[in-house]
Design a protein around this ligand. Sequence first.
Ligand code: ZN
Length: 115
Amino acid sequence: MEVNKIDDFKVNLLNAIEAIEHQRNILMSKDPIFGFITSKYVKCGKKNCKCNKSEKFGHGPYYYLRLEPDYKYRKYLGKKIPGTIEERVEVGRTIKELEKRKEKIKSLIYRLNEL
Ligand SMILES: [Zn+2]
């Protein structure tokens, strides 16, 4: 690539980073949740209950939220995932993706600067 083309390319990449940061700031104001939703079936412990007979007959599913940093913390959500929680988890996931994209662009700029 010619030098001026490389410079143009760098400017485009820097603009892309700026756009990502702008988008990220907007999403950060939407109360993101950084984690994911899991579900499981549980046994109630009653002797005569169907759940005692087979794994297949557990109660639920019940939903939980696993949170960063290590996802060990588990918050009980109930039998239905509250819509707002689902949206906020989605916002968090999008922010993470934007951050990954930004890191990729940054490393590309770094490599271009090495040329
Ligand atoms: Zn049961």
